[in-house]
Design a protein around this ligand. Structure first.
Ligand SMILES: CC(C)=CCC/C(C)=C/CC/C(C)=C/COP(=O)(O)OP(=O)(O)O
Length: 362
């Protein structure tokens, strides 16, 4: 996909024009200090494991400016507060909470998939062992709720709004876990339908992006109509996000994504391109189905064999269908945004982030 990640967008309510990389950098600037404060609550060595995972230190403990992730979810949470007429700071506890839950899911996902690289470095479980990676993941998920409850204690949000935000986050976390359980179960199946795949991705990815898109507004006291529309925006954005992730998982450049090459195909993940290719039913589709039903060589396929499988998926139309699906979900997300009255500048930022999600290369 063509990269247009630096697209400049129009003026903001509070500042001059800002690009998506600036938007993401601002969300990191606002959310990293409270994120570090939350992680500092963890007992040793979990605080070290988490700091390594977030890219704040190297494996030998020296400070690092490593890749801590794109910070898309915190950026959504800050915009969400602005959509409700509050300053972006009002969304910070929400941004921190969703980022904590997101990183819980990454730590566990890497272990479940046996992945050895993430964000261009060795995964935490390979450096510190599976037990610490599991415990830190568990702890980060719990910290997300603590951070939201703290917002009520400090007076940054009302007790009612903090409780609504906790409900939003915990429900999203449960859906994320449900989706992951489906994803893992699908690896053992020969095929899944496109609808099953969309349901799974709606859980494992879209649920948290939906929560991120509404949580700032909820903390700022927005009513359910506003937060509901923002959640719908985030849900469809999340489906677009995962469709692109599925494409990058097969055709992305590993030096850009920072993730292992062919991981999804080697594990026989039933991602959208695969499900769409299986549904197409032509000769490439039938050959793909035969391969996926063959238990021999499972997980042992060579690079040329996996490259040939990617070619079959493309020939059966799985790549093109998934690109179109990402655009369809993007369009639906923008339609949900239209239901929320908000300053033009904030809307432009939501629109720019949505565009970034579908054209991203990492
Ligand atoms: C319970 C459990 C183990 C769930 C796993 C769920 C899971 C890992 C879903 C995939 C979500 C996803 C696309 C992550 C990459 O986000 P990103 O590209 O925003 O990552 P970044 O923070 O590195 O930029």
């Amino acid at each position: 996909m063509e990269s247009r990640t630096g697209t400049a967008v129009g003026g903001t309510a509070h500042a001059e024009p800002v690009s998506v990389p600036e938007l993401l950098a601002r969300s990191r600037t606002l959310c990293t200090p409270p994120l570090k404060a939350a992680v500092a609550r963890l007992a040793a060595p979990m605080d070290t494991v988490a700091a390594y995972h977030f890219g704040w230190i190297d494996r030998d403990g020296t400070p690092s400016a490593g890749d801590g992730g794109k910070a898309v979810r915190p950026a959504l949470a800050l915009l969400s507060a602005q959509a409700a007429g509050a300053p972006s700071e009002a969304g910070v506890p929400g941004g921190v909470a969703v980022e904590l839950v997101h990183n819980f899911s990454l730590l566990h996902d890497d272990l479940m998939d046996g992945d050895e690289t993430r964000r261009h470095r060795a995964t935490a479980w390979t450096v510190f062992g599976p037990a610490q990676a599991i415990l830190v993941g568990d702890a980060l998920a719990t910290l997300g709720t603590e951070v939201l409850l703290d917002a009520a204690t400090s007076g940054d949000a009302s007790a009612t709004d903090a409780a609504r935000a906790v409900r939003l986050l915990t429900t999203a976390t449960r859906k994320l876990i449900d989706g992951q359980a489906m994803d893992v179960a699908f690896e053992q199946r020969d095929s899944v339908t496109v609808n099953e795949c969309l349901e799974m991705e709606g859980g494992k990815t879209a649920a948290l992006l939906a929560a991120a898109s509404a949580i700032g507004a909820v903390l700022a006291g927005a009513d359910d109509r506003v937060s509901g529309a923002l959640e719908r925006y985030g849900h469809h954005l999340g489906l677009a996000f995962q469709a692109v992730d599925d494409l990058l998982g097969i055709w992305g450049a590993t030096e850009v994504t920072g993730k292992p090459h062919w991981g999804d195909l080697r594990q026989r993940k039933k991602s959208l391109p695969v499900a769409a290719a299986l549904a197409e039913g032509g000769s490439a589709s039938r050959k793909l189905a035969e391969q996926l039903a063959d238990p021999t060589g499972r997980g042992e396929e060579s690079e040329p064999e996996l490259a040939a499988r990617a070619a079959l998926i493309e020939e059966a139309g799985g790549r093109a269908w998934t690109q179109e699906e990402a655009r369809r979900q993007h369009t639906t997300a923008l339609a949900a945004l239209d239901e929320v009255p908000m300053p033009d500048a904030v809307r432009e930022h939501f629109v720019a982030l949505a565009e970034f999600v579908v054209v991203r290369e990492r």
